[in-house]
Design a protein around this ligand. Structure first.
Ligand code: BG6
Length: 505
């Protein structure tokens, strides 16, 4: 985990420099790190892409992204003038050795100018089929003695299935040491997600009740109002399980279910996270029918606007069998969690955009209150709201003021916006700084990625081998397919939602 040190001089090379990620996320993140004083004294950012652009044109493009997406608002002219001097652009063909020789020469020229060696961060914001090509070329063509100062950052998707993830790991590990490979899962960088560990392990109160004796079930719900937008080409080959469950949602589950680590070392924490994945119950073909639900959105309405069904989206197969919704009931087979269900759900074009983890505690063993006292009986719940509301809520029963004894659920709330001023850093700020600092805590280790694939492969196989006859099975703007309600209702629970902008949806 980060200290207050500053990173070493750094050359930051973004493959896919003209892409969406660089524009929306990476440039605003680097700029905010600069504003907050986290960038090293000497740094360069080189964007690469096929488009012919001058340095100035590239800077303009990044500035547009910063002006639109930076948490600190539009860039200030004087700050931008200094920051942008460190940005360069190189037209590149990723398959051509010349690209890498040119990059190598640039790196050497910056180092000569600074009179010191730099850490080299290669950020692969490109389609996954380029990962091995780039990795190979970096190793062969970039300055040899720079290899031990090199880090490679890999965006998701990391593999398409277990086999391809293993092959990619093998390939990367044949070139780089595991300590040089940074597999991004941007959920791990979110402020509220990082706080799950702080909240669990910095408070003595929770650990004694954080187990099967007190916890009834856990829900992790990551719902989105957005559809696939212009990403149909990618999404139709992926689906909700690959896009969200294999990575983000399983990582959230790991943070909730992990054992206390003995310290904050990156590998200690990653060991505890991977232990969870390894303890998770495997599905046999029969169990999948009762434990996993898939859905695909049809035509519907989002916030009063009519939207087409998934099969009508650009670059999507009109007979697509791809799921845009997934709900799964998992179990973690260990002493702490035996028989406690973990319900996960995620989907596109749902009623609300909200990422919420709800831990529901068991009911009281004996009630001293007459039935009429409990108007709205609600078992205790601890709710981590990751976004859009950033809060932690403990839901308790309390006496409603009045002369009679009537109980009502009330929330004890820790709300970021009421407690702290200013917007917290974006996930990419944290993750880029960690990469510069060489801290891998919030990145996926090879065994984690593989364990997550291994867990979901039986579900993917079952779904891919049998076309869904009911697709589309939920209208855009709803809460997903009815079967997802049944998945949790059959155990006597219901999906928990927090009101967004005062509405429950
Ligand atoms: C990405 C997925 O990893 O996460 C997208 O590919 C999804 O499909 C996005 O929309 C959600 O991230 P966030 O930070 O907006 O919740």
């Amino acid at each position: 985990m980060k200290s207050t040190k500053q990173p070493q001089p750094t050359v930051f090379i973004i493959f896919g420099g003209t892409g969406d990620l660089a524009w929306r996320k990476l440039a605003p993140a680097l700029y905010n790190l600069y504003l907050d004083g986290w960038m090293p004294e000497h740094f360069s950012i080189i964007g690469t892409g096929r488009t012919q652009l001058s340095d100035d044109q590239f800077r303009e493009k990044l500035l547009e992204g910063i002006d639109q997406f930076s948490r600190s608002g539009k860039a200030k002219a004087d700050q931008w003038a200094i920051f942008s001097k460190n940005i360069y652009y190189q037209v590149s063909d990723l398959k051509d050795a010349k690209t890498y020789h040119e990059l190598g020469a640039r790196i050497e020229s910056y180092e000569a100018e600074w009179n010191e060696k730099a850490d080299l961060i290669y950020y692969l914001a490109v389609a996954p089929n380029f990962f091995p090509i780039i990795a190979d070329n970096i190793a062969k063509k970039c300055p040899k003695e720079g290899m031990d100062r090199t880090r490679i950052v890999i965006e998701k998707p990391f593999g398409h299935d277990l086999e391809s993830a293993k092959a990619l790991n093998k390939q990367l590990q044949g070139i780089f040491d595991e300590t040089q490979i940074y597999r991004i899962d941007h959920y791990l960088g979110k402020e509220t997600v990082q706080n799950i560990m702080a909240f669990r392990f910095a408070n003595a109160l929770l650990e004694p009740i954080w187990n099967r004796n007190y916890i009834d079930h856990v829900q992790i719900s990551v719902t989105e109002q957005l559809g696939v937008e212009d990403r149909g080409g990618y999404y139709d080959g992926a689906g909700a399980m690959r896009d969200m469950v294999q990575n983000h949602i399983l990582q959230l589950l790991c943070l909730i279910a992990m054992e206390p680590p003995i310290n904050l070392d990156a590998d200690e924490i990653r060991n505890r996270r991977v232990d969870v994945l390894r303890s998770m119950r495997r599905f046999d073909a029969d169990a999948i029918r009762f434990s996993a639900v898939r859905g695909q959105y049809g035509h519907g309405w989002i916030e009063g606007k009519e939207v087409p069904g998934y099969r009508e989206e650009p670059e999507v197969n009109p007979e697509s069998n791809t799921e845009t919704f997934a709900a799964v009931k998992f179990f973690v087979d260990n002493w702490r969690w035996q028989d406690v269900p973990f319900y996960l759900r995620t989907g596109k074009h749902l009623n609300q955009s909200a990422s919420v983890i709800s831990i529901q505690f068991k009911n009281i063993p004996h009630s001293i209150f007459p039935p009429e006292a409990a108007e709205n009986w609600q078992q205790n719940r601890l709710v981590f709201s990751i976004q859009p509301e950033m809060s932690i809520r403990l839901q308790m029963q309390a006496k409603r003021p009045g002369l009679d004894m009537t109980l009502n659920p009330v929330d004890l709330v820790f709300d970021y916006s009421g407690t702290y001023h200013g917007k917290p850093p974006e996930a990419y700020e944290t993750l880029l700084l960690d990469t510069m600092m060489g801290d891998q805590t919030l990145f996926m280790r090879s065994d984690q990625v593989e364990a997550a694939w291994e867990l979901i492969m039986p579900i993917l196989h079952a779904w891919e081998s049998k076309k869904s006859l009911s697709f589309p099975n939920y209208p855009a703007g709803s809460w997903g397919p009815e079967n997802a309600e049944a998945l949790i209702a059959q155990d006597g629970f219901h999906w928990f939602t927090l009101p967004v902008n005062g509405k429950h949806g």
